[in-house]
Design a protein around this ligand. Sequence first.
Ligand code: SF4
Ligand code: SF4
Length: 374
Amino acid sequence: MLDEQFVKQMPKLGFGLMRLPRVVDSDVIDVEQTATMANMFFDAGLKYLDSAYVYEGSEEAARNAVTSRHDRNTFYITSKLNAGVAKDEADAKNQIHVSLEREGVDYIDFYLLHALSENNVAKYDAWNLWDYVKQLKEEGKIKHYGFSFHGTAKLLDELLTKHPDVEFVQLQINYADWNNPSVDSKGVYEVARKHNKPIIVMEPVKGGTLAAPPVKVAELLKKADPDASYASWAIRFVASLPGVMVVLSGMSNLAQMEDNLSYMKDFKPLNEEEMKVIEQAMDILASIDQIPCTGCHYCTAGCPMQIQIPDIFKAMNMDLIFNKKEEAKKRYDSATKEPHAKASACVQCGQCEVQCPQHIEIRSWLKRVSEVLE
Ligand code: SF4
Ligand code: SF4
């Protein structure tokens, strides 16, 4: 288990290495800019770097820009085992060796089972990956293990009850999703607190959307503090929650690093008045028309057309809540790639609505989605 003192002294901002800067006009990661960002990060007294086996090029960039240039004792680095992309159990268990080699280290500080949810937890169970991470710890290949999570509060409770030795959890928490039933940040946060697990926060700025929030929220935040960036409100909110050990920010350029460091180097939690502003922002977001889908996937198993209903609804919410039609269309296209069908392919059989615990009128929403996003 992670020592209480260790958790307390951990610097709150983590450098997410998933959206690293690219060389101009190319997809190649800009190693030198990444190295400069890492230097700024370390100079500010911060330590935690987040990567994963499936983040393309990220682990190699971590080696070239960071681990080969800094003393191993001055940073923490993570990786994640992703059963979803593995051919079989042996392939999944081999990922750690690939990650160690790519990151250029001989141990990983925080190793996570990646992106657990109702959809994939059976695979992690069947391949004994829970025992495997314990074995890796005993062998000294990792220091601590936990998991990142995208499912419901109910499943999180079950997993933490079944695996009490898990040392920490990584959760999607941000003020837009705090009361949003499809992510239920508040629900999963409360479960993690109940089990007394240190929390690593991912998506504090909701994939960058809270850096440019809906107009009414933007006006509210600017009025409260004209000098503070929108992202600062989002990051400081999650970093202020009790039990949060690290907040991951996927910084993509020097300006973002500078902005993050300006309020996280000497982090001050939101005061009572600022917290009230965030509550008002939550109320504004809640008043916006959106689909109350929790992403539980109960509706998808029996769909004769293999329509990925929750992923389609997530894409639609991106347009409804954030007015980001291009981003919504991109997400919609990815959710409806073969073998999955488009919303317009729905044959109106209605089996999904019988399964839906939120009583969503799925058929009529799918019709509306097809009109907006196809
Ligand atoms: S009503 Fe449409 S979405 Fe629902 S199960 Fe039938 S075909 Fe699938
Ligand atoms: S059953 Fe309802 S809440 Fe669950 S994923 Fe399907 S639409 Fe969303």
